[in-house]
Design a protein around this ligand. Sequence first.
Ligand code: NAD
Length: 490
Amino acid sequence: MATATEEVRRVVFDSREASAMVEELRASFGSGKTRSYEWRASQLNKLEKVTEYHEAEIIEALRSDLSKPEFESFVQEIGMLKSSCKLALRQLKSWMKPEKAKTSITTFPSSAEIVSEPLGVVLIISAWNYPFLLSLDPVVGAIAAGNAVVLKPSELAPATSKLLARLLGEYMDSSSVRVIEGGVAETTALLEQKWDKICYTGNGRVGRIVMASAAKHLTPVLLELGGKCPVVVDSGINLQVASRRIIVGKWGCNNGQACISPDHILTTKDFAPILVDALKQELDSFYGKNPLQSKDLSRIVNSNHYARLTKLLDEDKVSGKIVHGGERDISNLRIAPTILLDVPQDSLIMQEEIFGPLLPIVTVDKVEDSFDLINSGSKPLAAYLFTNDKKLKDQFVRSVSAGGLVINDTTIHLAVPSLPFGGVGESGMGAYHGKFSFEAFSHKKAVVYRGFSGDASVRYPPYTKGKLSLLKALVGGSILGIIRALFGWS
Ligand code: NAD
């Protein structure tokens, strides 16, 4: 007889159920149905319908999980996903088309092509901060590439997770697309299975767990992680425009709870007070004198993250450095946009990713010194520079390593589908968006076609000096050498 604990355990999704589900999906993938253009297009169409017919419910779920303003929910989640679906549907045929490749003299006569084939059954684990977009955007790529997919949304955005499970259950082909809700236990059960690719969005600690699980099966991973995204601000710029673009990238992106939101500013000692004044002025005009009441700012996701952020703010060497904001409301999990000036490098706030509405400003003697400071830490997911100096821009692009860079704005590279989106080093590996999403979930298979004519005996034993000279001449690319070898001249 099963004990009570065993009964409880059976209610949650465990490794046995995960294994049975993967087996079903593998059989579906094995049948070949997900490979056809028709299946891929029909599933992408259905995803687009989800965004079209259920906009109000999605906005409501995001409001419930994060108090996300409708404007941000539409522009940064629903609209972005809709665009991804439309682009994939428009480009799918051309993405699927084998790509002709050049052949070389050594395989003459032959032709070659690169065939994109689906990887198989893929797992997508997503995060809470953009719980709709970050769940479905990789799904678009996985489906476009012809894979069967399991999506595991974040348990920290429960309303969106539940809605995704319901809507994908209603709209998508359940033989090949599934949603499994849950937290660590369910994700662990999923990670025990053999997948053909795992796409994980979240923090580096769990990224390491995902990669270690994937290694057991030699499964490739796409890791979309985070880091401390710096903004370097030079003098001699349009300060109002720069301030607005910093603010909208920070507080206008889920109140700073975004992987590419500015984490901190680096600027010169002289310019810092001028920048602080401009930021204060624009913040007031955007969110009013009482930002805790603003409907245009998301709340902090939960009390754990609230406690994490207030701990950063309350550290002794940091609490006196607040030059703007700092107000908080624990009952509504709200923290006002907060600017800090000259926090020490060894403070907690400068040691870990902030992921919230706090923006420290670090000062340097010369603006160029910022680049060394950035390069002395982990490679960020994004880095930003505001300047009018061409030489400084060139130096920034050449010397700063990050997932992506933007000059004179923040976060907008995410909205350019012809650019890959992903990290480097600690901020992740692999990339997606646009065609890169299709490629992230495809294998590029090399195919060479030959006929039976032109069978050169030079490649077959017995190996002779003459054959070797000919091959050396071929590899060396010297016409004279080839003629010499063909005629047996030394
Ligand atoms: P999270 O807490 O939602 O966790 C992400 C996923 O990992 C969830 O689905 C969760 O269930 C799973 N998970 C948590 N603990 C686990 C464990 N022990 N074993 C297996 N699975 C586990 O999200 P988070 O990590 O707090 O997200 C914030 C981080 O993600 C930040 O570092 C941010 O920069 C990064 N991020 C990156 C991107 C990007 O596109 N590069 C986007 C959003 C967030």
